[in-house]
Design a protein around this ligand. Structure first.
Ligand code: HEC
Length: 110
């Protein structure tokens, strides 16, 4: 009986780990490229608040990044976004989203 109980406990733990990793939402784009592109194309302005608000992945939550990227046409710097391909923007979003304020691995841009 004791052995059976142990197996149930192990199974339940395993299930929670699986669910946990499923909840840690992550975008599948190329984060490394996204980081490079963000530094190259966005940080030029969004660096120290002089020409625009300083932005790092942890400046926003995942939901906020999602919203910004869905509605970038409304941003003052929309022309900068239009210079990038859809794929490039998706890679930048992956980087920002996966290291957002409420992500498992928040990051400043450095
Ligand atoms: C030529 C300078 C410049 C570049 C390059 C630039 N931006 Fe902006 N951005 C601005 C300015 C100016 C504003 C409006 C003022 C502010 O919010 O700081 C703005 C606003 C924003 C906002 C809204 C502010 C907020 O906190 O939500 C976001 C998000 C943003 N930019 C993201 C980006 C991303 C991502 C890139 C790269 C794809 C980028 N910007 C490239 C100048 C720039």
């Amino acid at each position: 009986m004791g052995k059976k109980l142990l197996m149930v406990v192990v199974a339940v733990c395993f299930l929670f780990v699986m669910i946990g990793s499923g909840f840690a939402a992550e975008k599948k784009g190329n984060q490394r490229k996204g980081k490079y592109l963000f530094r190259k194309n966005c940080r030029s302005c969004h660096i120290d608040g002089a020409s625009a608000k300083a932005l790092s992945p942890n400046s926003k939550t995942q939901a906020q990044w999602d919203r910004s990227f869905k509605k970038y046409e409304r941003l003052q710097c929309v022309d900068e976004w239009k210079k990038l391909s859809k794929k490039d923007r998706a890679d930048i979003l992956s980087y920002l989203y996966n290291h957002a304020f409420d992500s498992p691995t928040p990051a400043t841009c450095g």
